[in-house]
Design a protein around this ligand. Structure first.
Ligand code: NCD
Length: 308
């Protein structure tokens, strides 16, 4: 399988074999996520973040450096020429002559796709508005593969929270459909999974449940995938207030779930997982965020054509 010079924009662009291939490489690279290697010696990766980020930006940065490469970039639009009126298209045209790959996070849906049509080097979408976040999904699948007792195809995955604006869950739903996992979507009525995605999953013949009650799905879930209500994407702050704090899990609310059920979250959390859950056997979200490093090492080494 050859990913050299490929853009990574949406999980919808991938086959199951391609995803498994990336995850296998991540597994081989995991020991090097701490001890490092030199395969990207002399290579430069640009991280262009027009939206806040902690994990995604720093784990990409770590991944490049653990592979032996270096990074350039900015972590907010205000520290780039955007404030002078430069367009994203112009910025990409400049940066692709400096760097060997571009990692882009942007508030506008479709920004990464547009950048990939211009860029001469691979573009990796690190989140485009409420659109997609494919590398998050790859590390989510890697976590399920490592931390669940069943194969992904047999899992019952409950995805809880903001399914309308949450890009991580859009990407995850597409990818899980390739494995035929059972999906339960739990959200307030106003924040349901977009109809286009539901229709896509139904066309694929997937078993889907939609509900607003987390209680309905807790007992049967192998994975409880919690998400933050995406405050910054609400056009009206009053609408956010109506749904803020809708779902919250605590050690007590987890008391009745299966012992093997794991709790995941792309992070950052707001109040949807009580800190006391961290010490329970179900919590996997910190492990999940660590897996971002080997998974991103795999993606970077593949698109930059490095044999490992
Ligand atoms: C997510 C994102 O940016 O979409 N964070 C992340 O990359 N781990 C989730 C979120 O912000 O809620």
């Amino acid at each position: 399988m050859n990913f050299e010079r490929k853009h990574i924009i949406s999980t919808k662009d991938f086959s199951r074999d391609e995803i498994d291939f990336i995850l296998d490489r991540a597994a081989r690279l995991e020991p090097y996520a701490r001890k490092g290697m030199t395969v990207l010696n002399g290579r430069i990766v640009a991280t262009l973040f027009y939206e806040p980020s902690t994990r995604t930006r720093l784990s990409f940065d770590t991944a490049v450096k653990r592979l032996g490469g270096t990074t350039i970039g900015f972590d907010s639009a205000t520290s780039s020429s955007t404030v002078k009126g430069e367009t994203l298209a112009d910025t990409i045209r400049i940066i692709d002559s400096y760097a060997d790959a571009i990692i882009l996070r942007h508030p506008r849906e479709g920004a990464a796709r547009m950048a990939s049509e211009i860029s001469k080097v691979p573009v990796i979408n690190a989140g485009d508005g409420a659109g997609h976040h494919p590398t998050q999904t790859l590390l989510d699948l890697y976590t399920m593969r490592k931390e669940c007792k069943k194969p992904i195809s047999d899992l019952n995955v409950a995805i809880v929270g903001d399914l309308k604006y949450g890009r991580t869950v859009h990407s995850l739903a597409y990818a899980l459909s390739l494995y035929g996992a059972k999906l339960s979507f739990v959200s307030p009525e106003q924040l349901k999974m977009p109809a286009s995605i539901i229709n896509y999953l139904k066309r694929k013949g997937l078993s889907i449940t939609e509900t607003s009650s987390m209680q309905d799905v807790m007992a049967s879930a192998d994975v409880l995938y919690m998400t933050r209500i995406q405050k910054e994407r609400f056009p009206d702050p009053a609408e956010y207030q109506k749904v803020a704090g809708t779902y919250r899990i605590t050690p007590e609310s987890l008391a009745s779930i299966d012992g093997d059920t794991i709790v995941m979250h792309p992070l950052p959390r707001v109040d949807e997982i009580a800190p006391e859950v961290d010490a329970t056997k179900h919590a996997r979200y910190f492990q999940q965020s660590f897996y971002g490093v080997p998974v991103r090492m795999a993606v970077l080494s593949l698109v930059m054509g490095v044999d490992i």
